[in-house]
Design a protein around this ligand. Structure first.
Ligand code: ATP
Length: 705
């Protein structure tokens, strides 16, 4: 390092002579002695005045000393180097007068060489040790400053806790958060039975005493044992800022937690829902819909979750996760059609009832069908994974359904409670949202016991916000600490209730997540799919998704819908009316959409499974349409049609389709050309452009429609 520093110095100052040339002890000594010998012999031969050698030596000593001073060499290094030059010069002067080629001259020169080498070596070692010590001293200085800061924090908080809570703690450690949003104190409680709750209860007063900015808190939680406490102090209010949903849409698993937002220390908070249900309370305008989208985003990213959504409130929670795929707005990888971000969306009472009945059937069937697996794995919890996915039922305003006195709603409520009650071990859990933490919601024992993952979004709303009921046993939480939309409190069995904020998620990110996770969604396991039957397999049927068309941007000429038959109502009347009519363009599109899903992902089980005792069951994932005789196309042809539909307005060509199908179906370009021609002939597709620009567009996306 010293030599690098020296070299740099020289480049910048540009000395004429390199007095500090990079020699080691051996090469340095060798170079000095051979140089002295050469000068002495040449000087003697040419009768050079010996005084010159002395002059050169003195100049060398001076040059080295100047450079050494510049690079801050130690005094002893400077002295050694100068002495080496002077001894060498002295010998040369003496040898020039007495003759360099005598034994005395040669012997003394060798001795001088060894001496210079040894001195240089010891100097180098000394310089190295000096440098290491200087670095260590700098480190110690930084550490001293840091620990001085920590000591100051510790002293300040010992005083504060004494003043506010009247207990004297002993601070064992202070850790500054890497996010820079605050610090944690690990402290020992005084003997005599003081508990961490005593500090937790004074959170508000401690925050005020510390003059923390609005939104910053002091949270006390249990330490490593009951005599210790961890105090988290936030000094920067990260809840104030709007943070968008993290753009890394990596694979998640229900077993390792799904991120739902971030804490005041800017760290994300995970919900573990393998066994827990969740309750999200938020009044209108608090950011509840946004929070539901954040939750659905996490489930979509998980490889072991199928999300079933009930949203009787115009489908605003579920539709953004279905429509982009339904409308073919998103391009999948390799031109594949894209699966919706949720596996089933119920926007009507009938559909919701069907979904809940199906969920109960699946739970019961799993209990029977997986006995052997459970015995083998020696567990009573179904091993959920990509092959046996967990079904997460997200029920927007589900708590209001539970509280309703309406006869029909009571029926839904009973089913919701049944799922919560019977299906924990079998991998079906619910996320209920509620407008308020009313006693009819939290008064329900089942909810209190099973839904311990809790969120209260306040968004500044104080009415009906009983945080004490939502987070029993937690003190010091005040609604005014979270006045921002999307912010509130979250508590799970793993993470005590505290301030948090949901990420903001906008429709473009929802579309990105649908596209990024389309290939990742699991397929309902055979046992469950058979129990779910046609109710599940036909979930994307035109008549069952008719209500979605109200929200479909292209659905302008919806026919047969009565003004009052809006979403959220029983649409059976509407369906009867439609069944008698010629199918509209939308019907056709929805049929194709269902076919896409069937053909590409095999999500549909056999709707007519053989009786239990009539031989081996048919595998799940059979193509519904083929069974119904509606459509005689091969799977490859259906996949091609799906690709055409997914290509949207831009359209696609025979080569692109053939490439996408080659691996799975071995389809050639020629075959695809034949299909495309046939589809143009029967009006399914339209040919657009000429020559090399020619492409095929599904008639749904054809320019004139
Ligand atoms: N996490 C968030 N970060 C920042 N702003 C948010 C967040 N969540 C919601 N908002 C803001 O609050 C507004 C209302 O959000 P959202 O529609 O989700 O609320 P809501 O409780 O569902 O209300 P409503 O029931 O009226 O639809 C949003 O338009 C947005 O501006």
């Amino acid at each position: 390092m010293a030599s690098t520093a020296t070299a740099k110095q020289q480049v910048s100052s540009g000395p004429v002579l390199d007095w500090a040339a990079g020699h080691g002890p051996v090469t340095g000594a060798l170079s000095a002695t051979t140089g002295a010998f050469a000068i002495a012999t040449t000087g003697a031969a040419t009768s050079m005045p010996p005084g010159w050698a002395l002059a050169v030596g003195a100049a060398g000593a001076l040059g080295h000393t100047i450079v050494g001073l510049r690079v801050r060499n130690a005094g002893r290094t400077l002295a050694t180097r100068a002495a080496s030059w002077l001894v060498g010069a002295g010998w040369t002067t003496w040898a020039m007068t007495h003759g360099p080629l005598t034994w005395a001259a040669l012997g003394s020169l060798a001795t001088i060489g060894v001496g210079i080498g040894a001195a240089a070596r010891s100097t180098a070692l000394y310089e190295e040790a000096r440098e290491t010590e200087a670095l260590a001293a700098a480190d110690r200085q930084v550490a001293r400053e840091l620990s001085a800061e920590r000591r100051a924090i510790a002293a300040e908080w010992v005083d504060r806790i004494q003043r506010v809570c009247s207990i004297t703690v002993r601070v064992l450690a202070v850790e500054q958060w890497p996010t820079g949003a605050g610090f944690s104190i690990d402290a020992e409680l005084p003997p005599g039975g003081a508990t961490y709750q005593k500090i937790a209860a004074e959170s508000g007063r401690l925050s005020a005493d510390a003059r923390l900015p609005h939104g910053c808190t002091v949270t006390a939680t249990p330490g490593i044992d009951q005599g210790r406490v961890i105090i988290d102090v936030t000094t920067v209010n990260v809840l104030m800022e709007e943070r968008t949903y993290p753009s890394d849409y990596g694979v998640l698993s229900l077993l390792t937690g799904i991120p739902w937002g971030y804490r005041t220390n800017a760290e994300q908070i995970l919900a573990y829902l393998r066994e827990q249900c969740a309750l999200v309370v938020g009044p209108t305008g608090s950011g509840k819909t946004n929070m539901v989208h954040t939750i659905l985003a996490g489930f979509a990213r998980a490889e072991d979750v199928l999300t079933w959504v009930i949203d009787l409130n115009a489908g605003s929670a579920g539709l953004p996760w279905v429509l982009p795929a339904l409308n073919g707005e998103i391009d999948g990888t390799d031109g594949k059609p894209v699966r919706p971000g949720v596996d089933w969306l119920a926007g009507t009472y009938d559909e919701a009832l069907l979904m809940l009945e199906t969920a109960v059937r699946v739970a019961k069937q799993r209990k029977m069908g997986y006995q052997e697996l459970l015995a083998k794995a020696n567990t009573d919890l179904l091993p959920v994974g990509p092959r046996i996915p967990q079904i997460m039922l997200v029920i927007d305003e589900g708590a209001e359904i539970l509280a309703s006195t309406d006869r029909q709603m009571r029926k839904l409520a009973e089913k919701i409670l049944e799922v919560i009650r019977i299906a924990r071990a079998m991998g079906l859990r619910t996320v209920l949202t509620a407008l308020g933490a009313t006693s009819s919601v939290l008064g329900n024992l089942m909810i209190r016991r099973e839904a311990k993952v809790r969120v209260a979004l306040t968004g500044g709303e104080t009415e009906g916000m009983d945080l004490g009921k939502m987070f029993p046993g937690t003190r010091g939480l005040r609604v005014d600490q979270a006045p921002y939309k999307g912010s509130g409190f979250m508590g799970t069995p793993e993470s005590p209730a505290g301030l948090f904020k949901a990420w903001r998620i906008l429709p473009n990110q929802i579309r990105e997540i649908i596209a990024a996770t389309s290939d990742r969604h699991p397929v309902l396991d055979d046992i469950s799919a058979r129990a779910a039957g046609p109710a599940y397999a036909r979930r994307w049927d035109a008549d069952r998704t008719a209500w979605m068309r109200d929200h479909h941007p292209g659905a302008s000429e919806r026919t047969g819908a009565e003004p009052g038959a809006g979403p959220g109502l029983n649409l059976s009347a509407l369906r009867d009316q439609q069944s008698g009519q010629a199918s509209t363009a939308e019907d056709e599109m929805l049929r194709r959409f269902r076919e896409q899903i069937d053909a590409e992902f095999g999500t549909a089980p056999d709707p007519h499974p053989p009786a239990a005792d009539s031989g081996p069951p048919a595998p799940a994932g059979l193509n519904l349409s083929a069974l119904q005789g509606e459509q005689q196309d091969s799977p490859a042809q259906r996949a091609a049609l799906a690709l055409l539909l997914a290509a949207g307005r831009d359209g696609t060509g025979a080569s692109a389709i053939a490439r996408a199908l080659a691996d799975e179906h071995g389809t050639t370009r020629q075959t695809v050309v034949g299909w495309l021609k046939a589809w143009v002939a029967d009006g399914t597709a339209v040919r657009v452009g000429e020559g090399t620009k020619a492409r095929y567009v599904h008639r749904q996306h054809a320019p004139e429609s």
